[in-house]
Design a protein around this ligand. Structure first.
Ligand code: URA
Length: 434
């Protein structure tokens, strides 16, 4: 038994909490014995003071153990998952889950909602009418047997501590912490009974940790905590200076992912390259392929043959989603266009600013009681390097609240920088591996 205010004081003043103190704090928070104000104070103290490795391991374990843990190995297949540290237009999970499950690997994904200026897979996934992201244990097993995958959120039973902390971090500017990001992600993934986890650590303005140094520190922390808790982990670093693909925001990202799975040749090149690289790592680390060449061949064959696209729709149906109805409903929305105010090459389309504009349209939450607008989002017509003429449409903005168009368009304008010369752009979204 500890005194909450004393633990908060200790952390506030830069002390190290013992594993017992951390585990007590998490358990009492989930039981409702610690107020949300105290939890928010804890998160802010951690954000400012940081966590030692011992504290990060203890927090990850306590969050993992706040709910049930799955065991799927009796299903007789390798089990793998991927998680990203969060980005803008990052719909990669929505392609990867059907692709990798079509390669005969189980993918039991527990994901999160929008966080800060970044989107969340669960908010995106729920923009499909009727789609459920919460199931009983026996229903989850049925989903794995039937379609080899599921995408669900945290719940009262599944990592409830992450559910609680995540919701508060989203609205208290306490996302940007290596210890909190590590514990949030690994607690979810440790519940899944994985043979392999591949992390996509984002670097750039649209990431929570904009510099490569900070991203590397996060990667090393995640590697150390995962090793301590017995989770095989591979890290890929990817660029997040501009949004991935062309769509940003809930339904629009689902739609872009579905289109990309339907037609390999027209999938946005950054989305395709990153998806393939992560899928290769998932197959290699889980034992689903013996070499990178074999893994890539398998992935391309299920993608180009339409098998992964069919798997995507099978998963949507199995989780209760009504695809046709959703497509029809979102098609009837009227966009607001942002046009170019000068001629030139696009030197920058800043990911963070685009994410903030999407948030203003309703794609994320400004307070923890806000509901996300599934229709809110942005379709970019031009990407960095493109030449645009004054008056040409740069982007279409969507929202169920038309009053949000002017402030969101004003924000989005700030994302663009023009140049008279073609800019030098990176040739790949991938920065490296660890
Ligand atoms: N994704 C998560 O699940 N948690 C974080 O803290 C950041 C990204």
């Amino acid at each position: 038994m500890f005194i909450t205010a004393e633990l908060l004081r200790k952390k506030r003043d830069g002390g190290e909490l013992s594993p017992e103190e951390v585990s007590w704090f998490v358990a009492q928070s989930v039981r409702g014995n610690i107020t949300e104000a105290q939890i928010a104070a804890f998160l802010m103290a951690v954000c400012i003071r940081g966590l030692s490795l011992r504290e990060t391991v203890a927090l990850t374990q306590a969050m993992r153990d706040s709910g049930i843990r799955f065991s799927w190995h009796h299903l007789g297949k390798p089990i793998a998952d991927k998680h990203s540290t969060g980005g803008v237009g990052d719909k990669i999970s929505l392609l990867l889950v059907p692709l990798v499950s079509a390669c005969n690997i189980l993918v039991p994904m527990i994901s999160g909602r929008a966080l800060g200026h970044t989107g969340g897979t669960i908010d995106k996934w729920e923009s499909i009418h009727g789609l459920r992201t919460s199931f009983s244990l026996s229903e989850l097993e049925q989903l794995l047997r039937q379609v080899g995958a599921f995408i669900i959120g945290q719940s009262e039973e599944i990592v409830p501590a992450d559910r609680l902390f995540y919701r508060l971090r989203d609205v208290t500017a306490t996302v940007e912490s290596i210890g909190l990001i590590t514990a949030s992600i690994l607690s979810k993934k440790l519940v899944e009974d994985l043979d392999a986890l591949v992390m996509d650590i984002k670097v750039g303005s649209g990431a929570f940790l904009p510099t490569l140094d900070a991203a590397q520190e996060l990667a090393h922390t995640m590697r150390s905590v995962a090793a301590e808790l017995g989770l095989p982990l591979r890290v890929l670093f990817s660029r997040m200076e501009s949004p991935l693909g062309f769509a940003v925001g809930n339904w629009w990202e689902i739609w872009e992912a579905e289109q990309a799975l339907r037609d390999y040749a027209t999938a946005p090149s950054d989305v395709r390259e990153l998806t393939e690289a992560l899928a290769v790592e998932m197959l290699l680390l889980s034992g689903g392929a013996d070499s990178p060449q074999q893994a890539l061949q398998l992935i391309r064959s299920v993608w180009q043959s339409g098998t992964a696209w069919e798997r995507f729709h099978a998963l949507v149906r199995a989780q209760g989603g009504r695809w046709e109805e959703s497509s029809e409903a979102y098609k009837s929305l009227h966009p607001f266009y942002l046009s170019a105010w000068e001629d030139g090459y696009l030197a920058t389309v800043d990911a963070r600013t685009v994410g903030m504009a999407a948030l203003l349209l309703g794609a994320g939450r400004k307070t923890q009681h806000d509901t996300v607008d599934p229709a809110a989002g942005i379709l970019l017509y031009k990407k960095p390097g493109d030449f645009v003429r004054r008056g040409e449409a740069l982007a279409a903005l969507f929202s169920s609240t038309p009053a949000s168009f002017p402030p969101a368009a004003e924000m989005l304008r700030k994302a663009y920088q023009f140049s008279p010369e073609p800019p030098t752009l990176p040739s790949s979204p991938i920065l490296g591996f660890l």
